[in-house]
Design a protein around this ligand. Structure first.
Ligand code: FES
Length: 652
């Protein structure tokens, strides 16, 4: 053939096309991912490309061929009106003239990769549920009577190959004036559907709609509800916001909420209403932060633990409070927002990830989606630390999951000076092994307590207590400085050789901060504090150890700490306490809010939903409550770091 050769990068797809073929047409024929909302009319600019070898006619140059100059005029008009980056061309307007290599920049790809903040296990590839389409609809004609909707659906079929598109009453109610206002040119948001659902029109705007549509990724925790508002075209997080879970007034932790519903008739419904109201308040807040109308939110993904899951859905969590901990359903759910009283777009969809087991919820499934242990070559232990530790262990051959009742000690509850992570909380601690003197840092200030300017730095925050990561650090430091022994007992002032060890009832306590002179708090670490942490960390470790037994391994290759708390604990301190199995320190990483990231992946990539549903079906669930070895591991794991198992790497 003598037709010019067209090569697209980065895909490498290539083919010969006659002179005059629009680049967008060539891309479509080769299956190259090149975006378009206006269908090649030179309006949306989503189709931008850069010729990296070879050229197209310059903008505005009068070319002999009339058709060619007409194309360039469209592009010139676009450039004058909105501007194009130098060297960029509109793929629907630039036409093949000779051999050419064409680069498709990431922002022109529908399935672009969303940049994640850190090198993570899994890339986010855009494949959103709902997309925008610009169409030109035939005007009504008395000689060929048909409804406006029928002609709109026909246009979507002819211009976009969208088959069998459905619609709801709310679109029919508003469509006619919009079609006329747009001069029979409209932009529609279409939910693309899936194997079981045909595509559906979600929204309609007159003319070309310049704005975007949005989705929510919501991490519904028992303490806080955190949401990310994402642009469904670019994948960007446009706003993030959080509130306390309003169910807290019915009980601090999960089990107290389950018992509230057992003790109070209609208690479950009260909690369902509370969480949905809270959620709606959060959506108002996040939409106003992003300065968008919340009716533009057309999709939402929720991740949560099983009790939150049931209460959010309006299902009595009674069965989750007792063996055998049967879920109403463990399947993923695809619902409509109105069914859950969520006040976003009237036809918005809601997706809940599948639950793994009675104690291992959709939040753990989201962590599995984000951290992808099922795709890992090496054996990875993923721990999401909250009131319950949700633990995954696996590699590409097999993944096991369990949950372990750590209780709220890691969140600062049940600790004498404990508090939630907030300004004024001690979060970092070091103890000099010689002098036994501490230095520390509080949230809201980056100056250590023994440095100049500390008093000034904390003048606004004050010192109010110790948060979860602070308590881990201080106990590990006390252990390394010989203030506390392997069984968890704090020595006396004489034994340790410091007046900071003070008598506290029948045991001792370590004085971290005495603010009494200024009327501030006195912060000590008591033996019951250490006891609470020992129980929590023993539960965590035993869960991990049980999965290692099932896997028949003595070591793991790496450890991923997920959750807000995981982001703040230092690997060294966690290992000194024996919270996690012995492992090279640089193989312990923090994944931040992995459940939230998993929700975002499921929101932006509908294909990932099917994948995680399949992964969850494959995950082997281990119930710690019925495993006799769990108790055995628990007893050994209450020592610091462990009474039965050596920590050889840590010892070095
Ligand atoms: Fe819309 Fe090219 S496809 S401007």
């Amino acid at each position: 053939t003598t037709d010019p050769l067209v090569v697209f990068t980065p895909s490498g797809k290539r083919g010969h096309f006659p002179v005059g073929t629009p680049v967008l047409t060539a891309a479509r024929q080769l299956g190259v991912d090149l975006d378009s909302v206006c269908g090649g009319r030179g309006i949306c600019s989503k189709c931008q490309i850069t010729p990296s070898y070879g050229e197209f006619s310059k903008h505005g140059v009068t070319v002999q061929d009339d058709a060619l100059s007409e194309w360039n005029k469209v592009e010139q008009r676009y450039k004058d009106k909105r501007g194009l980056i130098d060297g960029r061309r509109l793929g629907c307007q630039a036409k093949v003239e000779g051999d050419v290599v064409i680069d498709v920049p990431p922002e022109s790809q529908v399935h672009r990769q969303v940049v994640r903040k850190r090198a993570e296990a899994r890339d986010i590839i855009m494949n959103p549920s709902t997309r925008l389409f610009y169409v030109e609809v035939e005007e009504p004609d008395m000689h060929k009577p048909s409804g406006d909707m029928e002609r709109l659906i026909e246009a979507l079929d002819v211009q976009w190959e969208l088959k069998n598109v459905q619609t709801d009453l709310h679109i029919l109610q508003c469509m006619q004036p919009i079609l006329r206002k747009g001069g029979w040119k409209v932009t529609v948001a279409v939910h693309l559907g899936d194997d079981n659902h045909p595509p559906k029109i979600m929204h309609i705007w007159p003319g070309y709609y310049e704005g975007s549509i949005y989705g929510l990724a919501v991490d519904l925790g028992s303490t806080t509800i955190a949401a990310h508002l994402c642009d469904l075209q670019t994948g960007e997080v446009v706003a993030s916001s959080g509130i306390m879970n309003p169910q807290i007034r019915f009980g601090e932790d999960l089990m107290s909420r389950v018992s509230y519903s057992m003790m109070n008739k209609g208690g479950d419904q009260e909690m369902t209403n509370a969480v949905r109201e809270g959620m709606n308040a959060l959506f108002v807040q996040i939409a106003s932060e992003a300065e968008i109308d919340k009716a533009l939110i057309v999709d939402a993904v929720f991740v949560c633990n099983p009790v939150m899951h049931h209460l959010f859905l309006g299902i009595d969590p009674f069965e989750l409070g007792q063996a055998p901990f049967a879920l109403a359903t463990s399947n993923a759910l695809s619902l409509r927002a109105v069914e859950l009283d969520l006040n976003i777009h009237p036809a918005a969809r809601v997706y809940l990830l599948p639950c793994i087991a009675g104690h291992v919820g959709a939040d753990a499934a989201a962590v599995a989606l984000s951290e992808a242990p099922d795709k890992s070559e090496d054996l990875v232990l993923v721990v999401d630390v909250g009131t319950n530790a949700e633990i995954l262990l696996g590699n590409k051959n097999k993944v096991l999951a369990c949950s372990s009742p750590t209780g709220p000690a890691f969140e600062g509850a049940q600790i004498s000076s404990g508090q939630r992570a907030a300004p004024g909380a001690i979060e970092r601690v070091e103890i000099n092994p010689e002098t036994k003197e501490p230095r520390f840092r509080v949230i809201g200030s980056d100056i250590w307590s023994d440095e100049d300017g500390f008093d000034q730095a904390i003048a606004t925050t004050g010192i109010s207590g110790i948060c979860g990561s602070g308590i881990i650090e201080v106990i590990a430091e006390m252990r390394m400085a010989g203030i506390v022994d392997a069984s968890g007992l704090i020595g006396s002032a004489e034994q340790v050789g410091t007046p900071r060890c003070v008598q506290d009832g029948r045991t001792n306590a370590y004085l971290l901060w005495d603010g009494s002179a200024e009327g501030g708090p006195t912060i000590t670490v008591t033996n019951p504090d250490i006891r609470a942490i020992q129980m929590a960390k023993a539960a965590l470790y035993s869960g991990a150890r049980l999965l290692m037994d099932k896997f028949d391994v003595q070591n793991v290759d790496r450890v991923v700490l997920a959750g807000a708390f995981g982001a703040h604990i230092s690997a060294k301190h966690a290992m000194v306490l024996g919270m996690i199995p012995d492992c090279e320190l640089d193989k312990v990483t923090s994944a931040g809010n992995a459940a939230g990231t998993g929700a975002r992946i499921a929101l932006l990539n509908t294909k990932a939903r099917g994948e995680i549903e399949e992964t969850v079906r494959q995950i082997e669930k281990i119930e710690t409550a019925v495993e006799p070895r769990f108790q055995e591991h628990f007893v050994n794991a209450s020592a610091l770091p462990n009474s039965a198992e050596p920590f050889p790497i840590l010892a070095e």
